[in-house]
Design a protein around this ligand. Structure first.
Ligand SMILES: [Zn+2]
Length: 121
């Protein structure tokens, strides 16, 4: 015999599960923050939703990182190989642009990606 309460509980679990799935998909598609790391230390964290140019000056090197319309690109670097400047713009969680010579890493992260991963195992 299935009681009414059991059905309600089942529906609640189902709906909650769907909601979590939708949130997870959203997070993996659209990032929330742009994390700039210089020489393994966090230089700054910026919202992906706000347009800005981040000028990273360290140890005589300069990198300009541009956030525009939810897309991040390395618009200037004084490094020798220019690999970072030629990297295609990034917009999704876990995408990154790396400037090896200047030790600059630009990465897109999500606000709750880590927690969702723990919940879903
Ligand atoms: Zn570079």
């Amino acid at each position: 015999m299935i009681k009414k309460a059991d059905i309600v509980l089942f529906l609640v679990i189902l709906i909650t599960g769907l909601a979590v799935s939708v949130v997870s998909l959203g997070d993996s598609a659209e990032g929330d923050n742009v994390v700039v790391t210089v020489d393994n230390e966090v230089y700054g964290i910026y919202p992906l939703s706000e347009d800005r140019v981040i000028e990273v000056r360290q140890q005589g090197h300069t990198n300009n990182i541009t956030i525009k319309d939810g897309v991040v690109s390395m618009t200037y670097s004084d490094c020798a190989n220019q690999v970072c400047v030629n990297t295609r713009p990034i917009a999704k969680t876990n995408d990154s642009i790396v400037c090896l010579p200047n030790r600059v890493i630009v990465e897109i992260t999500s606000d709750e990606g880590g927690e969702v991963d723990v919940i879903t195992g």
